[in-house]
Design a protein around this ligand. Structure first.
Ligand SMILES: *Cc1c(COP(=O)(O)O)cnc(C)c1O
Length: 420
């Protein structure tokens, strides 16, 4: 079945009432009915709802559906994108280990992976994902994961996915790709050989800026990489916190199972059933939205490119963009989402444009159906000096747009009057 159909139907059989919409099971716990049933569930002899910190029937539908749309085998929903990233790494690495992290990624991921995890004893080494020429040399016998974004936020950079995947395969290391900006509609990393995908569901998946959430999705056959792999004893040796359970002995997708039974159980960053229900609504329209975001952004990018006061435009979907080859290679119909950036003369002109737009909201978010404008130099990267901004590839006059679902004519007219 195609993604469009899976996004509307997968993982839900109508209940006794024939309810068309997936029911919202807003509950903390479940009546087991008998002591034996309770014992079976706790011993993993049968699977089923135990307590909403571990699983929930509404969240189950979201998990099954997003896994199907992403082309994956199994998934685990979390309270935020940040929690999904943390669990994905914590499932693989421990104190004394290291992870390889692309330099061009989301700011929150950089602080989590390079600063916060350092205090847990996990060291991050950064690589340049555009070419990934420096990646292999960073690997040692303590390297447990390779982390990158398929379309990076906010740099809008497309990595050399093929090379990253082949190095991860050669060294038997798990690769993790944050697919938040591309979404499975435009790019399916698991089909390119990536092992684990993470998402912030807060962006395009919910689509209307309604809720914070995240999800981890794994590829078919990932078990083979984990079982008997000396890099990952946690899947192959008895888990003391689960009376000596050896995950590798179980007939289930192991990565999400362990993340659920050990990390979600203990750390508890679980989505509310209501958020999962909102993500299910978002998934239903994800494919038409991504096409519309992309075609709107393409038209806006083309307009900006022709404007005399615009120094440069960064949108890989444009035919003459330096990254267009990679957009064609990896992205469906070379459509690259609603994220674009452009540069004007200086700091002051950029600020004036932000203050003059009427439709665009000044917000630090992306993936909303409403258009958003941000000026990184005065907000997210305010603490950096002019020299530091240059190193970070953030010119003072850089403006980032998350193009929404308004008519492209209105968006272009708004930018035209604001740029002047
Ligand atoms: C927003 C974002 C995150 C973090 O997700 P939250 O849901 O806000 O925790 C991670 N990665 C990318 C690419 C993002 O845009």
């Amino acid at each position: 079945m195609t993604q469009e159909t899976l996004a509307l139907h997968y993982g839900y059989e109508h209940d006794g009432f024939g309810t068309m919409a997936v029911p919202l099971y807003q509950t903390t716990a479940y009546d087991f009915g008998s002591a034996q049933k309770a014992a079976n569930l706790f011993a993993l002899k049968e699977l089923g709802p135990i307590y909403t910190r571990l699983n929930n029937p509404t969240t189950d539908v979201f998990e099954a559906r997003i896994a199907a749309v992403e082309g994956g085998e199994a998934s685990l929903a979390t309270a935020s994108g940040q929690a999904a990233i943390f669990f994905a790494i914590a499932n693989l690495a421990e104190a004394g280990d290291n992870i390889l992290v692309a330099r061009k990624i989301y700011g929150g991921s950089t602080t989590l992976l390079t600063h916060t995890l350092k205090r847990f004893g996990i060291q991050a080494k950064t690589f340049e994902s555009d070419k990934a020429d420096d990646l292999e040399a960073l690997i040692d016998d303590k390297t447990k994961a390779i982390y990158f974004e398929s379309l990076s936020n906010p740099q809008i950079a497309i990595p050399n996915i093929e090379k990253i995947v082949s190095i991860a395969q050669k060294h038997n290391i798990v690769s993790i790709c944050d697919n938040t900006v591309a979404t499975p509609i435009l790019l399916q990393p698991l089909k390119l050989g990536v092992d684990v995908v993470v998402h912030s569901a807060s962006k395009y998946i919910t689509g209307q800026g309604l809720a914070i959430g995240g999800v981890i999705i794994t590829r078919f056959g990932l078990n083979e990489k984990l079982i008997k792999n000396p890099l990952y004893p946690q899947f192959n040796e008895p888990d003391e916190s689960y009376h000596g359970l050896v995950y590798a002995d179980l007939p289930f997708p192991l990565f999400t199972l362990r993340a659920r039974l050990s990390l979600l159980r203990d750390i508890g960053a679980v989505p509310s059933p209501f958020s999962s229900w909102l993500f299910i609504q978002g998934l239903e329209t994800l494919s038409i939205r991504m096409k519309q975001h992309s075609s709107n952004a393409y038209k806006v990018a083309k307009y900006l490119k022709s404007h005399p006061k615009v120094k440069s435009v960064n949108y890989p979907g444009l035919e003459d963009d330096p990254q267009h080859d990679k957009a064609v290679k990896y992205f469906k119909d070379a459509q690259t989402s609603g994220l674009l950036s452009f540069e004007v003369e200086d700091f002051e002109s950029a600020k004036n444009i932000l203050d003059s737009t009427k439709i665009f909201a000044v917000v630090v978010n992306i993936g909303d159906s409403k258009s958003i404008i941000t000026h990184p130099a005065s907000t997210t990267h305010q603490q950096l000096s002019s020299e530091e901004l240059e190193v970070a590839d953030i010119p003072e006059g850089l403006i980032r747009l998350s193009i929404g679902l308004e008519s492209s004519e209105d968006l272009i007219a708004d930018l035209a009057q604001a740029i002047g």
